[in-house]
Each structure stands twice: as C-alpha cells, then as structure tokens.
Design a protein around this ligand. Structure first.
Ligand SMILES: Cc1cc2nc3c(=O)[nH]c(=O)nc-3n(C[C@H](O)[C@H](O)[C@H](O)COP(=O)(O)O)c2cc1C
Ligand code: SF4
Length: 506
C-alpha cells in the first residue's frame, strides 16, 4: 500500500506530476498543499529532473562514460539536432557511454554489455538465481525474538553496504531501544555515484530479497512503515519494484511499503539529505548528531539501509550469522562489486568480501589493455595505482591506503587514460553535486576544478599550489561526507601519478 504523510511531503511528487517547475505548476501545487509558492520554487529548483521541464536526451558525464567517449557522443547527438543535457551519473557504467532517451528509457548501443555472477544457491544474493517470492524468512523471523535476530545479525558481521561499512546490528539495536514507539525503516536506493550500479541489479533481479530483508528489519525494530527512496532515472527498476511491492501485499501482514522516487540529486543518497527529500524539502544534509536512529524520518527513530545490506538479511536468517560471515575472505559475507572501465565483461559480481582487484577483474573477463590505475569504490575513493592489485578490496585495507571500499564501484583505467583528465571528470562530478550549504564544499569543489582547468588548459605550473590546503579545509569544515572527500580524486591522482600534473609545454 502506498501512503504519504503531510501535505509538505507531496510537493516534489506533485511538481513532477505537473511536468516540472513552472509558474502554473507551482501555483497548482500551492493550491493542493498550502505550502507557500516561494518555498515550492526553492525546493523544486534543487532537483535536476524537475527544475528544467522539457524532453531531452541525457548523456552521462560519469568517469566510465567519459572514458568511453561521452563527450563525442553528446557532440554527435547535438549536431544531429537533438536537445542534449549532460548529467552527472546514470548508474549504467557497464553500458558506457550511457544515454537516457526523452522518455527516460536507456538508449542501448551495440557495444553495450553487462553481466552478473552465474547462478549459485550458496550466494546470499544470487542475482542470476530464481526469484523466491515465498517470504518464508519473514515468517521465520516473526517466530524469533528481536534479540535473537540482533544476535544473528551481530554474528554475521554484516556491515552497511551503502559506503560507511557501519555494523548493521548496532543500528537495529539502537532503533529498537528508542523510547519512541513510532519508528520507520527507510531503504536507500538512490545509487547515483559514478562507478556504482549494484543496487540496480538487486532491484531488477531479486526485488523480493530486498523487500523481505526490509520487512524482517521492520519486524525486529518495531516499525510498521517502510519507505524505499529510489533514484528517478531508474524507470524500469521503479516498475519492477512497484510490481514486487504489489505481489508482496498479502505476505507481509500489516507492514506497509511506500516507494518514493528521487529527482536527480546525488546528495540525496546521504542519509539525512534523503530524509529531507522524503519530507518534501531540498536534499540538504542535516547536522549529526542526532543520528537517524534517534531522530530520522518525521523526527522519529529510523533504520536506514542500503539496498544490498537489506538484501543480505534473508540469507542470514535462513542459514545463520556464522554461515554468512564465513562467505567473506578478509571481512564478513559476500559483496556486490560493480566493475566497469577497461575490463572485458563489465557488470555486477557477487564475490567474497576482500577479494583483490585481480580476482574481481578475472570474474569480469580480464583486463583490456595494460592496466594502470583503478578507483575501488566510486568517485569518493579516489584513484589507486595498479601496484595495489593484490590489496584486499575490503573496508579496512582500503582505508589503510587512504582510499575506501565505499559503494564498491570498481573502475579500471588502462594506460590510454590521462590521469589529470580522469581526476578532472571526478572533480566536475563533486562540484556539480555539492548541495551548496557549506562554504568549504561549495567554494572548494569549484576552486579545485578551476585550478585543474588552469593547469590543463593554460598550462599554468602554479595552478595546483594551494589545492591540498583547500582540500584540508573541505575535509575539516564540511557538514557531510561529500565535502569531506570531494578533493580525493585530485589528491590521490597527484600522489600516485605526479607526472600527469606537469603542464605540457605549448
Ligand atoms: C554524499 C553521499 C552519498 C551517498 N549515497 C548513498 C547512496 O546512494 N546509497 C546508499 O545506500 N548510501 C549512500 N550514502 C551513505 C548513506 O549516508 C548511509 O550511510 C547509508 O544509506 C546507510 O546504509 P547502510 O548502513 O546499509 O550502508 C551516501 C553518503 C554520502 C555522504
Ligand atoms: S559538505 Fe557539501 S554536499 Fe555536504 S552539506 Fe556541505 S555543501 Fe552540502
């Protein structure tokens, strides 16, 4: 059953229904909700999918898409008379360069390929396996006490798969222990970071594992209402999810599942920005504490999880925490690695957590050309040189070398890529996606990209003199993770590939 709360929470959806932000649309939404027009303008203009009404082609600017000729593609499309918008990330790096048609359907080019791990019953997510619609594990969990569920989760060692790797059982216990009895479960399906497209495959291939995991979580923490916030560009995934929610209706008792769509703002993947957006405001991160587990959606205790985290839960209930833990190599469980760039079969591979780059690439058909660098976990993780090919791709090991597993969006770059250009593409992403509420992030992301342009275009040898100082200020003075790590691509590329940053002679 789909249900929305206060009038305020409806304004973004209503604006979308009206075709985007325009004088008439804002007036109509004001009439329907009573929210002041200025407020509706301010909110609507924040979201790229509704800020500019009109049909156009959307060409992805993400790292992998740029490596595979997105600029040239956009130019050709524009020259053929199409209206083209460049967008930050379409979550389709395995089909680079990705384009969304005017009707928001993905344009499929001949060379687009994608793959997943072959079916295997012993994989917790088993993306290529049969869909289980029985909700047997939800029934089993209802018969267990919440404490027993938390214990199993603790034994499993499950860490949040959204990026931070925070132990899941802590958050479940924290929500369950709040004195407030109205609690929510929210699923983060915003997946918008270049390099990342794993949640997409879970939703398309195993939506019931996700829903069942969320229902088990709601039962254990004492929540009735579940919200799934899914990025708006995932039109097919939204359809699949809606169908799965309808199919689950008779199997989930009095739990409700509501699907809310995002509207083109990467920052809404940050948990508190997501909550702001769900509540009908600009997706600007909140100061923490309080954490969502204490005061989250509608100011109530909220358990938020990434799609992959929730989809691991049914297997933990079925086979036990210890079994799940043992599936990992250096850390607990399996991991969905999204692999793109210079590999033969880009796709999503479920592998033991802690495999190396070479192992991940072996699963994805081998390297194309001579590998030079890789980005192990989305734009936020920066770049590592190929000498780290034997490092376990887990939370701890990557942190140890100043990177992170993040969203496990592994992008492989061979020696045909200019590392200064690769860093520039990532910096453009952060500049564009900064929500702008804190000065170090708003100004710093712009400064770094401009200086990089100066170095590359004007060949100014002093252009990068102060970028590390600015990066430090961003790290120290930003409210959320975006600003704290936004200098990483340039900083890591300069550290490992200094020769790429010596301005070429005119
Ligand atoms: C800028 C930014 C973007 C993020 N985007 C996502 C996202 O798209 N999906 C996601 O699950 N987590 C994302 N996160 C992490 C969330 O804030 C949060 O930690 C996560 O949803 C918690 O779920 P987990 O415990 O299952 O990892 C993002 C964080 C930051 C700072
Ligand atoms: S760090 Fe950047 S993205 Fe995060 S709240 Fe501040 S301005 Fe917004």
């Amino acid at each position: 059953m789909e249900k929305r709360g206060a009038q305020r929470e409806r304004i973004i959806e209503l604006l979308e229904h009206e075709g985007g932000v325009s004088e008439e649309a804002v007036r109509a939404v004001h009439k329907a909700t009573g929210v002041p027009e200025a407020d509706i303008w301010g909110t609507g203009l924040f979201y790229s999918l509704i800020a500019k009404p009109g049909k156009r082609l959307r060409v992805c600017d993400g790292l992998t898409c740029q490596m595979f000729g997105a600029d040239e593609l956009a130019k050709q499309l524009a020259e053929s008379g199409k209206e083209v918008e460049r967008v930050s990330c379409l979550g389709q790096c395995d089909r680079a360069p990705a384009t969304l048609a005017e009707d928001m359907q993905l344009v499929t080019y001949e060379k687009n390929k994608r793959d997943v791990t072959p079916a295997n019953d012993l994989l917790p997510m088993n993306l290529a396996g049969p869909m289980d619609r029985s909700y047997r594990m939800l029934q089993k969990s209802i018969a267990m006490s919440p404490d027993k569920i938390f214990e199993e989760l603790e034994k499993s060692g499950l860490q949040g798969r959204g990026g931070a790797g925070f132990p899941a059982h802590f958050k479940w216990r924290s929500v369950a222990n709040q004195p407030e009895t109205v609690r929510y479960v929210v699923c983060n399906a915003d997946e918008s970071e270049p390099g990342t497209f794993k949640d997409r495959e879970v939703i398309l291939r195993q939506p019931h594992k996700l829903l069942e995991g969320l229902c088990i979580a709601a039962t254990a923490v004492g929540a009735k209402d579940i919200f799934i916030y899914i990025r708006g560009e995932f039109t097919n995934e939204i359809k699949v999810l809606r169908a799965a929610v309808a199919e689950s209706a008779n199997l989930i008792g009095d739990l409700t599942i509501t699907i809310a769509t995002g509207h083109g703002a990467y920052i809404c993947g940050e948990e508190t920005a997501l909550l702001e957006s769900l509540e009908g405001r600009r997706g600007m991160p909140r100061l923490k504490p309080p954490y969502p587990t204490e005061k989250g959606f509608r100011n109530k205790p909220t358990l938020m999880h990434n799609v992959e985290t929730a989809a691991c839960v049914p297997a933990i209930i079925e086979r036990g925490g210890e079994w799940f833990k043992a599936q990992g190599k250096t850390e607990a469980g399996t991991k969905l690695y999204c692999v793109s760039g210079h590999v033969n079969r880009p796709g999503v591979y479920e592998l033991p957590l802690g495999v190396t780059l070479d192992e991940v690439v072996e699963a994805s058909g081998g390297y194309v050309g001579t590998p030079m660098a890789f980005s192990p976990g989305g734009a936020s993780s920066g770049f590592l040189p190929i000498k780290f090919r034997d490092l376990p791709l887990d939370y701890k090991s990557l942190q140890g070398v100043g990177s992170m597993l993040g969203s496990s969006g592994v992008v492989v770059l061979n020696d045909t890529i200019d590392m200064a250009q690769a860093a520039r593409w990532q910096q453009i992403f952060f500049e564009r996606e900064s929500c702008g509420q804190c000065a170090p992030c708003r100004l710093g992301t712009r400064y770094i990209r401009r200086q990089l342009d100066s170095m590359m275009n004007d060949r100014d040898p002093t252009a990068l003199e102060f970028v590390d100082d600015v990066g430090w200020e961003m790290e120290e003075g930003s409210i959320c993770g975006l600003g704290m790590i936004a200098h990483k691509p340039l900083e890591s590329a300069r550290r490992y590939f200094p020769e790429a940053f010596i301005p070429k002679q005119k």
